[in-house]
Design a protein around this ligand. Structure first.
Ligand code: CP
Ligand code: NVA
Length: 309
């Protein structure tokens, strides 16, 4: 049966580990998997801007033997002019998979329901699951096993990144802490899903408004922009809301001595993270950015293997 990757918990713990193992193999041997040889084409559609996602999918699809077709939705019929359902039916006649960066999670669900090819969420307002595969690969590289590690995500707890940390982190058996102002608390249903996953994997979930408590003893510290794509109109109000949540040396001092720092990028130095942290010795953000390539190649290869004939 065709599998899609719309949210982090679309992969079971065993499947997530399989994808991460394959990502490590593909990092060591870049052309080891060629599921798109032919070549077959993968559509990569953007409703929002991107550097990393665009480049890593384009390069990754080529590495897998395929051809990337990068589509900006404002230059296509998608986005009000043609329905998602009709687009899904057209794309499946020509491409091996659809990768889509968009706003509403419901659009991704509609695309997946309407097509026989795998659909991959390349970031929505609610989740950024491809980023999390890269983040988990990075954490594994620097800290060994994921099970039992404590990760603290600080800042916008209602963001796609925080939600993805809740689901992907608990799937990996990690203790996931979200430190966010009350007005940016994670969605209750996502917290509930993460708690359910954690009960099975040995992980746990903690949501707090105290950034120092979230960071205390953590193995991994993560933050992201306080103003996500689509929220630009709320910039002034949002920046005021996160007073005290900047990840600086003082906040890092609450974490474990050997803690690593991650940020999905793009980063705003002096806003959500201090320059001496993101550019300092604990930061692994460049490995994290590179791992988008390896993790997404592994994901695509894994999904294509399971696609309906
Ligand atoms: N981290 C990330 O998704 O970056 P882009 O917005 O540049 O794709
Ligand atoms: N939370 C950010 C992530 C950017 C990669 C956003 O949605 O804009």
């Amino acid at each position: 049966m065709t599998r899609h990757f719309l949210r982090d918990d679309d992969l079971t713990p065993a499947e997530q580990a399989e994808v991460l193992d394959l990502a490590a193999r593909l990092k060591a041997d870049r052309f080891a998997a060629r599921p798109l040889d032919g070549p077959q084409t993968v559509a990569v559609v953007f409703d929002k801007t991107s550097t990393r996602t665009r480049v890593s999918f384009a390069v990754g699809i080529a590495d897998l033997g395929g051809v990337p077709l990068i589509i900006s939705s404002n230059e296509s019929q998608l986005g009000g002019k043609e329905s998602i359902a009709d687009t899904a039916r057209v794309l499946e006649r020509m491409v091996a998979a659809v990768v889509w960066r968009t706003f509403a999670q419901s659009g991704l669900e509609e695309m997946a329901e309407g097509t026989t090819v795998p659909v991959v969420n390349a970031l929505s307002d609610d989740f950024h699951p491809c980023q999390l595969l890269a983040d988990l690969q990075t954490i594994r590289e620097h800290r060994g096993e994921l099970v039992g590690l404590t990760v603290a995500f600080l800042g916008d707890g209602a963001s796609n990144m925080a939600h993805s940390y809740l689901l992907a982190g608990t799937t990996a058996g990690m203790h996931v802490r979200i430190g966010a102002p009350e007005s940016s608390a994670p969605r209750a249903d996502v917290v509930a899903d993460a708690e359910r996953i954690a009960a099975a994997t040995g992980g746990s979930v903690l949501v707090t408004t105290d950034p120092a408590a979230a960071a205390a003893g953590a193995d991994v510290i993560v933050t992201d922009t306080f103003v996500s794509m689509g929220q630009e109109g709320e910039k002034a109000e949002r920046l005021a809301r996160y007073d005290g949540f900047i990840v600086d040396a003082a906040l890092m001092a609450h974490a474990a001595d050997d803690a690593i720092f991650l940020h999905c990028l793009p980063a705003y130095r002096g806003v959500e993270v201090a320059a001496d942290v993101i550019d300092g010795p604990q930061s692994v953000v460049w490995d994290e950015a590179e791992n988008r390539l390896h993790a997404q190649k592994a994901l695509l290869a894994w999904l294509l293997e399971r696609k309906d004939a």
